[in-house]
Design a protein around this ligand. Structure first.
Ligand code: KIV
Length: 271
């Protein structure tokens, strides 16, 4: 029997409460049962099945190619692993931009088929009617502002967003709109720390930062990045909490050597 009771599960209401008590929120990505089980057991508050799976799992350059079916497949494994954490599934590019009906239909599919607790969408005022529709349908929505990777072709890269006054003002206005619409939290990606702190003070829902300084209500990182599995990616905001690429490489090299010199399997490892 699971040691976690139903009441120990994270909920969107508890996420909101954390802002009142001042307790910092933790979010990490996961894309499979095994790693999500470890992340959940370690006590993270929220697991994001990010569309960064397009990069991390599928090896694509951008997040754009991943599909609703692929996100559902990955999220199912994470949901089976999560005893405590709230599971959020990213809505992939093209699954919510066409019209409100299509967006709600895809969000309902994700919720029904994957078992996720909530969805995440990138954008502000432009997608507000869609977000309102989803929330009215009973689907908890996490917003995402700043560097929104699905818009990489408009931005022309993954640089810092909202450095200029006009974009910063728009971001602040967008955050207020998402908050008023009922988003239970908002991810702020790669924006100046001072702006992220200002947004955090201006909204009632928690803000979750990535590359947005220490003034947000919580933090999120891509699991493979913070574990040091992806050595080619080291932006300023990223801390490697482990160096797993080195450990994996050493273990695989040891295995190859042991097979080649016939020391594996030993008599004890044989039937
Ligand atoms: O897809 C993702 O992993 C994300 C996080 C970086 C917030 O959106």
């Amino acid at each position: 029997m699971s040691v976690h009771t139903q009441s120990s599960r994270m909920t969107t209401a508890k996420v909101r409460q954390a802002k009142q008590t001042g307790e910092k929120l933790t979010m990490l990505t996961s894309y499979d049962f095994t790693l999500a089980s470890l992340v959940d057991a370690a006590g993270v508050d929220m697991i994001l099945v990010g569309d960064s799976a397009s990069n991390v799992v599928c090896g694509n350059q951008y997040t754009l190619p991943i599909t609703v079916d692929e996100m559902i497949f990955l999220t199912k494994g994470v949901v089976r692993a999560a005893q405590h954490a709230l599971v959020i599934c990213d809505m992939p590019f093209g699954s919510y931009q066409i019209n409100e009906d299509d967006a709600v239909r895809n969000a309902v599919r994700i919720m029904k088929e994957s078992g996720a607790d909530a969805v995440k969408l990138e954008g502000g005022a432009d997608i507000l009617p869609i977000i309102r529709h989803m929330i009215a349908a009973g689907i908890p929505v996490c917003g995402h502002l700043g560097l929104t990777p699905q818009s990489v072709n408009q931005f022309g890269g993954y640089g810092l967003r909202a450095k200029e006054e006009a974009e910063a003002e728009k971001l602040l206005a967008d955050a207020k709109l998402l908050d008023e619409a009922g988003c239970f939290c908002i991810v702020l990606e790669k924006i100046p720390a001072a702006l992220a702190a200002k947004v955090t003070a201006a909204v009632t829902c928690p803000t979750i930062g990535i590359g947005a300084g220490n003034g947000t209500d919580g933090q999120v990182l891509v699991l493979h990045d913070m574990l040091g599995l992806n050595t080619g990616f080291k932006p300023k905001f990223l801390r490697h909490f482990a160096q797993l690429a080195d450990e994996v490489t050493a273990a695989v090299e040891d295995y190859i050597a042991a097979v080649k010199d016939s020391s594996f399997p030993s008599a004890e490892e044989s039937y």
